[in-house]
Design a protein around this ligand. Structure first.
Ligand SMILES: Nc1ncnc2c1ncn2[C@@H]1O[C@H](COP(=O)(O)OP(=O)(O)OP(=O)(O)O)[C@@H](O)[C@H]1O
Ligand code: SF4
Ligand SMILES: [Mg+2]
Length: 325
C-alpha cells in the first residue's frame, strides 16, 4: 500500500473559552476536533461532511497548521509536522494550501489578478519580482481556465465562479501536493458549482494533487471524493469509499444526512425538507459522556449514553463509530 501523504493521529483541537473564567468558574473548552484519526493518500480526495459546527474547518486548518493543536500528531510525507515552527513551517506552507469558501472576501479587492496570483511566488522567493513571476502567472491563469487579459484586472470585474478560479490559481502557484478546499463551491451559484468541481478534478488528474474537500453538500462531495468522512460533534463517525458510504451508510447520523440529500422526486423532496434531523446540534463545550449523537439517535440504547463508541472497521475499508450498527 502507498504510504499516506497526510496522516492525522488522535488529533484534538480544543479552544479555551475565556468568558467563563471571568466568573471564577473552571476553565471551559470547546472541543472542536476531538480525537480524530484520518489519512489521505497521494492523489486522493477525501470528502469531509458534517453539519455546521461539527469541526470540519478546524480539522482542515489544523492539518495545515493554521490553528494550534491541543494533542495528537499530524504527519506529512511521513514527517511529523505537528510542532514545526519558523522557517520549517514556512517551507511546509508551500506544500499545503487552502482554497477558501468565499471567493469575494478572500481576494484583496485592490490588487490586480496578476499580483494576487504572484504574491505567494514573491513571498516564498520563487520569483524575485513581478516581471519574473509573470510567465508562471500566465500559465496558472491558463490552467484554471481564465483568459490571459484577466491578469490586469481587479477582482470585482469577475463573477463568483471566476473569482474562485483566481483563488485556485493562487493556491496552486507554489505547486502544492495537498489542498484543503473548505466549501469551495458553497458560495457559488448552483449553475456554476459543477464547473468549479470539474476544474478541481481535472487539476487533480493533471497535477496529482490530494484534496480534503469540505462541504455540507453530500451530493457535491460524492461526485469528487474517493472516500467520504463524516464528522459529528468534533468526532469522525464514519469513513469509507464514497460509493459505499453513499449506498450503504452505517452510522445513523450518516444515514440521516443521506436522507436529506436531494431526491429526484420533487414531492418527496418537499416532504423530506419538512422533517429535519430532530434535536439540538451538539455543543462542543462539555459534551456528555458516551456517543455524541445519542440525544438525536433513533437507535440509542443505555450503553450509548455511557460509553463512547470507537471508530471500527465494520466492513473492509468502511469504518463507523456506533455500538448498534
Ligand atoms: N477560534 C475559535 N475559538 C473558539 N471556538 C471556536 C473557534 N473556531 C471554531 N470554534 C468552535 O469549534 C466548533 C467547530 O467549528 P468549525 O468552524 O470547525 O465547524 P464547521 O464544521 O467548519 O462548521 P461550518 O459548517 O459552519 O463551517 C464550533 O463549535 C465553533 O464554534
Ligand atoms: S452508538 Fe448508539 S447513540 Fe450512537 S449512533 Fe450508535 S446507536 Fe446511535
Ligand atoms: Mg467550516
Amino acid at each position: 500500500m502507498t504510504p499516506p501523504l497526510v496522516a492525522v493521529d488522535r488529533l484534538k483541537v480544543y479552544f479555551p473559552l475565556r468568558s467563563l473564567a471571568l466568573f471564577g468558574g473552571r476553565k471551559r473548552v470547546a472541543r472542536a476536533v476531538d480525537d480524530v484519526t484520518l489519512s489521505i493518500a497521494p492523489g486522493e480526495t477525501v470528502g469531509l461532511v458534517g453539519e455546521s459546527g461539527s469541526g470540519k474547518t478546524t480539522l482542515g486548518r489544523a492539518i495545515l497548521r493554521r490553528v494550534p493543536v491541543t494533542a495528537g500528531t499530524i504527519r506529512f510525507r511521513d514527517a511529523d509536522i505537528t510542532k514545526l515552527e519558523g522557517e520549517e513551517l514556512r517551507q511546509l506552507r508551500r506544500h499545503m494550501q487552502l482554497v477558501f469558501q468565499d471567493p469575494y472576501g478572500s481576494l484583496n479587492p485592490r490588487m490586480r489578478v496578476k499580483d494576487i496570483v504572484a504574491e505567494p511566488l514573491l513571498v516564498h522567493g520563487v520569483a524575485r519580482d513581478p516581471a519574473e513571476a509573470a510567465p508562471r502567472v500566465r500559465k496558472l491563469l491558463d490552467l484554471v481556465g481564465l483568459p490571459t487579459d484577466a491578469a490586469e484586472r481587479l477582482p470585482h470585474a469577475f463573477s463568483g465562479g471566476q473569482r474562485q478560479r483566481i483563488g485556485i490559481a493562487r493556491a496552486l502557484a507554489l505547486e502544492p501536493e495537498f489542498i484543503v478546499a473548505d466549501e469551495p463551491v458553497s458560495a457559488l451559484d448552483v449553475s456554476i458549482r459543477a464547473q468549479v468541481v470539474n476544474l478541481l478534478q481535472d487539476l487533480q488528474a493533471q497535477l496529482g494533487l490530494s484534496y480534503l474537500f469540505i462541504s455540507h453538500d453530500l451530493s457535491v462531495v460524492r461526485h469528487i471524493s474517493h472516500r467520504i468522512a463524516i464528522m459529528y460533534g468534533g468526532k469522525l463517525v464514519e469513513i469509507g469509499p464514497s460509493k459505499e458510504v453513499h449506498a450503504r451508510p452505517i452510522h445513523p447520523y450518516a444515514e440521516s444526512l443521506l436522507e436529506a440529500v436531494v431526491v429526484p422526486d420533487p414531492v418527496r423532496e418537499r416532504a423530506r425538507a419538512r422533517v429535519p434531523l430532530a434535536g439540538e446540534t451538539p455543543s462542543p463545550i462539555d459534551p456528555p459522556p458516551g456517543c455524541r449523537f445519542a440525544s438525536r439517535c433513533p437507535l440509542a440504547q443505555n450503553r450509548c449514553r455511557m460509553d463512547e463508541p470507537p471508530l471500527e472497521e465494520k466492513k473492509p475499508g468502511h469504518f463507523a463509530a456506533c455500538w448498534v450498527r
